[in-house]
Ligand binder design. Structure first.
Ligand code: PLP
Length: 218
């Protein structure tokens, strides 16, 4: 399926107006498709498999900002640590510790978001509210990691009220946590192809959009 330029232009200008960052989710899509959006000015891309990401990164322009958005295994952090722009899917303290270790080895700081479980589906990873409030006071101990906010995925559902309530819950959590961190956070990543407008209406500052831009995946 070809890249949908019309959708890209419409979504990009809508998001710029709202001051919301667009992460183009390019998982499973070839580098040719990524380059087409790159040539239109898109720089933030999201991937959720380590091997696919490292392969693409090695072949594509160095000024692309790569977002890791999938479940990340600790033993694979080392492969993306040298170049990753933002790891959005930190879902355990063990993973946070590992990212800190690899960032230190690379002599830099890695920016991350903490993933929060807001959906019904048991398959979606992330901290729950209690785990989040437990880990927050300790995040400063990880000197080579910079936590910049939260990421979440709503339940896959046509029930707009339910999805809206989940986004609102995450927005509220974000504000609470951000206050405890002297309002230094800047990213609330929520919203995908099916629900990004709703997410923005409920405070999202960053959306992760795949199929609307690149066509549906196999
Ligand atoms: C695949 C994926 C997206 C994009 O999904 P679309 O419905 O294609 O926009 C967003 N976030 C995460 C975490 C994903 O895995």
């Amino acid at each position: 399926m070809p890249v949908n330029f019309e959708n890209y232009k419409t979504i990009d200008s809508f998001l710029k107006e709202k001051n919301v960052k667009l992460v183009a989710v390019s998982k499973t899509k070839p580098i040719e498709d990524i380059l087409e959006l790159y040539d239109m000015g898109q720089r933030d891309f999201g991937e959720n498999y380590v091997q696919e990401l490292t392969e693409k990164q090695s072949k594509l322009p160095a000024d692309i900002q790569w977002h890791f958005i999938g479940h990340l295994q600790r033993n694979k952090v080392k492969y993306i640590a040298p170049f990753v722009h933002l790891i959005q899917s930190v879902d355990s303290e063990k993973l946070l510790r590992e990212i800190n270790k690899e960032a230190k080895k690379n002599d830099h700081t890695i920016k991350v978001l903490l993933q929060v479980h807001i959906a019904d589906e048991a398959t979606k990873f992330g901290f729950d509210e209690n785990e989040l409030s437990e880990i927050l006071p300790r995040i400063h101990e990880y000197k080579n990691v910079k936590v910049e906010g939260l990421m979440g995925m709503a339940t896959f559902s046509d029930d707009e009220k339910k999805v809206a309530a989940e986004f609102e819950k995450l927005h509220h959590l974000f504000n609470q946590c951000n206050q405890k961190n002297s309002n230094s956070w800047n990213s609330l990543s929520m919203g995908m192809s099916a629900d990004y407008e709703l997410a923005i209406a409920h405070g999202s500052t960053m959306v992760r959009i795949g199929s609307l831009l690149f066509g549906s995946r196999e």
